[in-house]
Each structure stands twice: as structure tokens, then as C-alpha cells.
Write a protein that binds this ligand. Structure first.
Ligand SMILES: C=CC1=C(C)c2cc3[nH]c(cc4nc(cc5[nH]c(cc1n2)c(C)c5CCC(=O)O)C(CCC(=O)O)=C4C)c(C)c3C=C
Ligand code: FE2
Ligand code: FE2
Length: 344
């Protein structure tokens, strides 16, 4: 039995589309101090008084539109990815979700009972955000410290500018870019503006310096806005897309405080009036299709765009189970095995 294992971690989904299951999932998700980062009392007040009385019903309806016979698209795709990666590498590939199941504590317990000593942690996010990448790493580290202190964990860092990731993204998107279109919109999951400043270790760069995201600075290692800008820049360079033919926007805003702008729904309403009537839209913050890509973009977003006078709307699927994406992960795992003191 190998002492090495790879742990893939994605965000997670409710167990079903029932309102109680969605409510349980949202309670866990939004009680995370890295997602709603107010003092605990205020966080729980907002959650119990404003979000949980109405949102679970709304979200359950949205989940029902994309749910498959095997379950949540995000979970089904993540499980398929796990199997495909397992077919390419020798160490056991485990899968866990940050919220809901399969859970991180269960995965760590399983690895511990199988004698795993070295873990390659792969948060399934190309970009750093406190509410995505960081919360996964912290949760895994906390669980390991408490229940498997002898386990060594090495984390795959955000790979937003890695040439082989850009190549995999390009290969998976290419078939959708071959037809004629007016505009390519990169819609990234949004985060509160405040989170950018909070993550800026220099406290003097993000949203302070003009063009902060395109100038060189150590703050970029934890700057979500810089990282999505970079992914976009490298992708369009690889795909040969001219500057006037693409833009970036941010989706999935929650609450009233300002999030990163421009907001995707506003942009979708404005593009047709600018003569951009044939739209292709990509969602590279997500590696697996999920509620936010399948319902918010491919259904709601399409309707908004067509109602505003748009004529063609093409949503590019996420990398999901694309061979180039599986190979990217396999290469990272092989490099980890070679370079670490992993026990072979
Ligand atoms: C891509 C990375 C993600 C970041 C960053 C992120 C930040 C973030 N999200 C919320 C609130 C919600 N997000 C929801 C769904 C959702 N979010 C991501 C990814 C990121 N979120 C994914 C992959 C999904 C889909 C999950 C699925 O089951 O398919 C939801 C739940 C759905 C809903 O009710 O709309 C909420 C709520 C916040 C507040 C936040 C940053 C502060
Ligand atoms: Fe989210
Ligand atoms: Fe920045």
C-alpha cells in the first residue's frame, strides 16, 4: 500500500435539491469565517435573519434546474475527474468537498487508516481567494493537525498563470471559439472588494496603486483580481484574440456591499447595445460546471442577454473531464512525487 495520496478538494453542493438539505449546506458554507467574514455574532445574525429564511427555497429551485440523475453536476464531475486521474497515476486519489459530502474529515480519516503519510492537496481552484483556495487549505491543515499530525501535506499553489493550465483551458475552450462571434466575455465568480484589501499583505497595493493588477507586486500571490486578469491575458494571447474583442466581468454577488465590478448581469444587458450580439462566455474561475455556470450563466444569463437584444449566446463548458486538464493534474502529481521526499 502506497504511503502517498492525492487529495482533490472542490467546493461542494447540497445532498439533494430539498429545501432542508440546501438550507443545511448554505448554513455550513456561509458560517465559514472566510466567506462571511464579519464577527461571529453579526455573521450568524445576518445568516439567520436575512439569508436562511428565504435563500434556501430560491437556491433549491435553481439547483433543481441543473440536478442530474446522479446528483449535483459539481459532485458528479469531480468524481469523474477523480477516476480519470486515478487511471493516470499510482498514488490513491481521494476526493473531498469543503462543504457537505464527501467531507474533508472523512477523507483524512480514510487516508490515515490506510497508512498514508504524504498528501498532495489540490484545491480545485485556479485562483487564490480567501473564500475558496484559502479556506480549503486551512480546513485540511486544521483536520490534519488534530487527527493525523504525522501526515505531511504539500499544497498545489494557485495555477492561474501556469502555461500548461492555460494550454488545457485553451484546448477545452477552442471548439467553442472556432465559430464566428462578436465578443468573448470572461465571467469570474465575484468576491467582495473588501476581501481584496484584506488579502493584500503589503496593505499598500490592491485598489491603492493605479493599475494595481497589472503592475508587478508581491501582493499578487494573494490577489484574486490580479490572478483572474492574468489568466485572461495569457488565454487571449494563446488564442490570438484581439483586445477589442474580449472583457472581464464578475458574477454571483451576494449581499449589499460592493463586489468586484463590472457585474456580469449588467454587462450582459449592455453588450447588445454596443453591437456585440453574438456572445461567447467563459467561466474560468470554475474548473467544474456547477450551479453558477449552468443556471446563473447558461440559463439566466442567456435569457438576460437575448432579452436585451443579443442574438447568439454560447456558454463554454468548464474544463470538467477534458483530457488536457486531467493530464495537467497528473503531471503536477508526478512532479510532486519526484521532488518531495515522498515515500515511494
Ligand atoms: C470559484 C471560486 C469561488 C469563490 C471565490 C466563491 C466566493 C463566494 N461564494 C459565495 C456565495 C455562494 N456561492 C455559491 C455557489 C458556488 N460558489 C462557487 C465558487 C466560489 N465561490 C461554486 C463552485 C459554487 C457552486 C456550488 C454548486 O453546488 O454547484 C452559493 C450557493 C448557491 C446559491 O445559493 O447561489 C453561495 C451562497 C460568497 C459569499 C463568496 C465570497 C465571499
Ligand atoms: Fe460562491
Ligand atoms: Fe491587486
Amino acid at each position: 500500500m502506497s504511503e502517498n495520496a492525492v487529495l482533490l478538494v472542490n467546493l461542494g453542493s447540497p445532498d439533494s435539491t430539498s429545501v432542508p438539505d440546501v438550507k443545511r449546506y448554505l448554513r455550513e458554507f456561509l458560517s465559514d469565517d472566510r466567506v462571511i467574514d464579519s464577527p461571529k455574532l453579526i455573521q450568524q445574525f445576518v445568516l439567520n435573519c436575512f439569508i436562511l429564511p428565504s435563500r434556501p427555497k430560491q437556491s433549491a429551485e435553481a439547483y433543481s434546474k441543473v440536478w442530474t440523475d446522479e446528483g449535483s453536476p459539481l459532485i458528479v464531475t469531480s468524481k469523474n475527474l477523480q477516476k480519470l486521474l486515478q487511471g493516470k497515476i499510482e498514488p490513491k486519489v481521494e476526493l473531498a468537498m469543503r462543504y457537505g459530502s464527501p467531507s474533508i474529515p472523512d477523507a483524512i480519516e480514510r487516508m490515515k487508516s490506510e497508512g498514508v503519510k504524504n498528501v498532495f492537496l489540490v484545491p480545485l481552484y485556479p485562483h487564490y481567494a480567501m473564500s475558496s483556495f484559502e479556506t480549503v487549505v486551512v480546513k485540511v491543515m486544521e483536520e490534519v493537525a488534530e487527527n493525523a499530525p504525522d501526515m505531511k501535506v504539500t499544497t498545489l499553489q494557485p495555477f492561474y498563470s501556469d502555461p500548461s493550465y492555460i494550454e488545457a483551458l485553451y484546448k477545452s475552450a477552442k471548439p467553442y471559439l472556432d465559430n464566428e462571434y462578436d465578443h468573448l466575455l470572461f465571467s469570474y465568480h465575484g468576491i467582495p472588494e473588501r476581501h481584496l484589501n484584506k488579502a493584500d499583505s503589503t496593505k499598500a497595493h490592491c485598489n491603492v496603486v493605479k493599475d494595481c493588477c497589472t503592475t508587478c507586486n508581491p501582493a499578487h500571490s494573494t490577489c484574486y483580481k490580479h490572478q483572474v486578469t492574468k489568466t485572461t491575458e495569457l488565454f487571449v494571447k494563446r488564442a490570438g484574440i484581439p483586445e477589442d474583442k474580449y472583457s472581464i466581468s464578475f458574477q454571483s454577488r451576494l449581499g449589499r456591499e460592493p463586489w468586484l465590478t463590472p457585474y456580469t448581469d449588467k454587462v450582459l444587458e449592455e453588450l447588445p447595445a454596443e453591437g456585440k450580439k453574438k456572445l461567447v462566455i467563459m467561466t474560468p474561475a470554475f474548473v467544474s460546471d456547477c450551479l453558477e455556470t449552468l443556471e446563473e450563466i447558461a440559463m439566466e444569463g442567456k435569457e438576460e442577454f437575448l432579452e436585451a437584444g443579443g442574438e447568439e449566446f454560447t456558454a463554454v463548458p468548464c474544463m470538467n473531464e477534458h483530457p488536457a486538464w486531467v493530464q495537467f493534474l497528473a503531471d503536477k502529481a508526478e512532479n510532486w512525487l519526484k521532488s518531495s521526499s515522498a515515500v515511494l
